[in-house]
Design a protein around this ligand. Structure first.
Ligand SMILES: Nc1ncnc2c1ncn2[C@@H]1O[C@H](COP(=O)(O)OP(=O)(O)O)[C@@H](O)[C@H]1O
Ligand SMILES: [Mg+2]
Length: 368
């Protein structure tokens, strides 16, 4: 449990006053949970094998896909680097994948860096001044770039120029260096945190949304093919329903079901295998894990459905308030299981029925 506190920050849900101050904190999630949207290095390696390489293989996000395909095709026809592209949306929905696809579709090479890696203007100047014509520069978590570097980025994106500082102190001077045309692909989970001048320098912004169950089924069947395992349609649908609208989680659950089928089953990913495996991993039919259910159970049974304050609720489940607020709550709120009111958290009707309980009174009055 204590691990969860130290590693349980959802970088994307945190309400940081100034995200730049915590640039050393990369996405971290409780290691024991399968349904958090972030990924660690090990998982990133497993994911690499499952990434769609071309736009045509990318499942769902029809609108963004169509818009991007036009932007890219037009650039190809003109033989020029396309406008800078901003991709926004929750973690695990395909931003990094799309950045790679953009480079692949342009036949360009991809340079990858991220906001937290750019602490000083000089870090960015070094990257920019080594760019080659037509290259795609992927700036992940762009909302966390250091402020002095941000200004440098404005100029580079707009005027394709970087001012290189030469010398030190009073004798220092800026030498302008012209950059070849290139394309920035920025990714952010918090588009609202981007300063307007930075946002304005992107010619195109694609917003990624959660996937439908049908789309996640397609993702799963595609991944199963790549992993060379037999995935029954009913099993795909079962896993999709527990994946929180997020391909990263779907692929992760698929790998765990595959493990189970190999060790405890006959290797085939049947509906029964999927159910048994996800029961072992404590991911329920709605994609809730132990902590999520603990919060719901405490709210409904200990506090009669609330309203109850965050701190009290956290004590009841043996967690830090921040963990409850940033790790468990966002999805519970999104699913309409709990509500946040000025007087505290309340259980919504769906929470009671999910736990197989009957609400003691009309929960609607809690909002009165
Ligand atoms: N539209 C999609 N079709 C198929 N797989 C996808 C899709 N979007 C994401 N994935 C898979 O989900 C995983 C996470 O995607 P990623 O691009 O790293 O998400 P993000 O950068 O938004 O956090 C990758 O392994 C990728 O293969
Ligand atoms: Mg990413």
């Amino acid at each position: 449990m204590a691990d969860r506190r130290s590693s349980g920050q959802d970088a994307d849900e945190r309400d940081a006053a100034d995200p730049r101050e915590e640039s050393l904190v990369t996405e971290r999630f409780p290691a024991e949970s399968l349904v958090r949207p972030g990924a660690d290095d090990l998982e990133r390696a497993a994911e690499a094998a499952l990434r769609p390489r071309r736009l045509g293989e990318f499942v769902g996000q029809r609108v963004v896909r169509e818009q991007l395909s036009v932007v890219l095709q037009a650039a190809r026809m003109r033989g020029r680097a396309p406008d800078h592209v901003l991709l926004s949306g929750p973690p695990g929905l395909g931003k990094t994948t799309l950045a790679m696809i953009i480079a692949a579709e342009l036949g360009a090479s991809l340079r990858v860096t991220s906001g937290p890696a750019i602490q000083h203007a000089g870090d960015l100047a070094a990257v920019l001044s080594s760019l080659e014509e037509g290259e795609v520069l992927f700036l992940d978590e762009i909302h966390r770039i250091a402020r002095p570097a941000e200004e440098l980025l404005y100029v580079a994106m707009e005027d394709f120029r970087v001012d290189v500082m030469v010398g030190k102190g009073a004798g220092a001077s800026a030498i302008p260096l012209a950059l070849p045309p290139f394309t920035v692909v920025g990714a952010t989970t918090r588009a609202g945190l981007l300063p307007a001048p930075l946002r304005d320098r992107f010619g195109f912004t694609g917003h990624l949304d959660f996937y439908s169950s049908d789309e996640l089924e397609q993702v799963l069947l595609r991944s199963a093919g790549l992993l060379d395992v037999q995935l029954a349609g009913a099993a795909a649908s079962e896993i999709a329903g527990r994946s929180r609208g997020t391909p990263r989680i779907a692929n992760r659950l698929l790998r765990r079901v595959r493990d189970w089928a190999q060790v405890r089953g006959d290797g085939r990913l049947t509906l029964a295998a999927a159910r048994a495996a996800l029961e072992v991993y404590e991911v329920d039919e709605r994609g809730l894990d132990r902590l999520d259910r603990g919060v719901l159970a405490a709210l409904c049974t200990r506090f009669g459905g609330g309203p109850v304050g965050l701190t009290t609720l956290a004590v009841a489940v043996g967690e830090e308030p921040e963990t409850v607020e940033t790790v468990a709550e966002p999805f519970l709120v999104r699913e309409g299981l709990i509500g946040r009111t000025p007087r505290g958290r309340v259980a919504l009707p769906a929470a009671w029925s999910h736990l197989g309980l009957t609400p003691p009174h009309d929960p609607g009055t809690l909002f009165a």
